[in-house]
Design a protein around this ligand. Structure first.
Ligand SMILES: *Cc1c(COP(=O)(O)O)cnc(C)c1O
Length: 377
């Protein structure tokens, strides 16, 4: 996609915030654990390679991504650290993963048999067996199937290296710990069913690392915390260290006009000015990931909350200003202005979603600009 660099709409990424968040998370680990930075989906919209570089400088020792292409992108950029893909890849790409020393999850023994056909054995494929303890997404569901897969890998050790076992919690970000404890217990049963304990045993996402101990795991798959976001939204406000949000979003007015009462604004004429008003136009829209359902939410101009009036268009939206401002005046969509602040959590709540989704939706058309840069270590 074309990046709109000749337009004032942009995502600012505070590199030192990312650095601090990862540093705190690493300091919080016990001695036997390592932090793998979860940088899938272009690092939750913050930039894959930027976040990879900062996370390593801050003490991460490996990466997790969602798809094989993200892992290959890291290898292509020269990263040699361990990488685990979190989603199931198609078995015909097993050899490609093996050649690039990329670990993949396996959830069915059939997958191993299919993958074995593609694997040359030149380099064994690193496998983390996924076990489903209550997430219902990917993973073995019975001890017997898990053990059969482990035995198969043992018997084909030229092709497979059973490097890890892991699970994923559905409710680690919830005050109610019932399901969490059930899943942790089930996980320990799965691990006990294995003839050999793999090198990596891991269960923790950000929420687990913040609010749960007691799991004998040795990797934390640290995701949303990197970006300074609380995985629970507002449900659990207490965190062992302060999370510093890294992303802000800003633009600038392209026009400001004075309109009489009764003026309609945007498609569908859903907004009609009640009185003479100042209406500003902002050059960003749903094609940038600023969703149509943000209509009625507000942005900040010069420390004033300004309502987004009328429908959000593909590339522009309108706001009601308290008085005239010249074109070029800064507009803050996420971040601080004057004494006010709008967080990703605020925007997510308004849109009826979670901050993860708002961050991931910010499209590639928006340039990502680093501030407070962390230099290469
Ligand atoms: C995305 C993901 C994570 C990271 O989750 P956060 O809530 O962002 O910390 C960890 N593990 C798995 C399996 C994931 O899919």
């Amino acid at each position: 996609m074309v990046v709109a660099t000749h337009r004032p709409s942009r995502v600012l990424i505070d590199e030192s915030a990312i650095y601090n968040n990862v540093t705190h998370a690493v300091a919080d680990l016990d001695d036997s654990s390592a932090l793998f930075a979860v940088i899938k989906a272009d690092a939750y919209g913050h930039g894959l390679l930027r976040v990879a570089r900062i996370a390593l400088a801050a003490g991460a020792t490996g990466f997790c991504v969602a798809v094989l292409d993200e892992a290959l992108g890291l290898r292509e950029a020269g990263y040699t650290q361990p990488i685990l893909v979190l989603g199931i890849i198609e078995p015909q790409y097993a050899e490609l993963a093996a050649q690039h020393d990329i670990a993949v999850p396996v959830a069915e023994r059939d997958w191993l048999q299919k993958a074995a056909k593609s694997l040359t054995g030149e380099l064994p494929l690193k496998v983390h067996t996924a076990v489903d303890t209550g997430m219902g997404r990917i993973g073995f569901t019975s001890d017997a199937d898990l053990r059969a897969a482990a035995d198969y890998m043992q018997a084909h050790a030229d092709k497979f290296n059973h490097e890890g076992i892991f699970t994923h919690f559905a409710t680690a970000d919830s005050l109610d710990k019932t399901q969490f404890h059930q899943q942790a217990t089930r996980f320990n049963q799965f691990v006990a069913a294995l003839p050999v304990r793999p090198k990596y045993v891991h269960v923790a996402n950000t929420a687990t690392s913040l609010w749960h101990r007691a799991c004998h795991s040795n990797i934390v798959r640290f995701g949303v915390g990197i970006y300074g976001l609380n995985p629970s939204g507002r449900e659990i406000s207490q965190t062992p260290y302060a999370l510093q949000p890294a992303l802000s979003l800003e633009s600038a007015l392209t026009q400001c006009k004075h309109v009489p009462a009764g003026t309609t604004i945007s498609y569908g004429a859903t907004y009609v000015s009640a009185a003479p008003e100042y209406i500003g136009t902002v050059p960003m829209g749903y094609a940038d990931g600023w969703l149509r359902r943000m209509q009625g939410f507000h942005v900040l101009v010069d420390g004033h909350e300004c309502e987004m009036v009328g429908r959000v268009c593909m590339d522009q939206f309108m706001i009601r200003l308290p008085h005239a401002y010249p074109a070029g005046t800064k507009v803050v969509l996420i971040g601080k202005s004057g004494g006010k602040e709008i967080t990703l959590q605020d925007a997510a709540e308004y849109a009826g979603t979670i901050h993860y989704e708002i961050a991931c939706c910010l499209s590639e058309r928006l340039p990502r600009v680093s501030i407070n840069k962390i230099s290469e270590s």
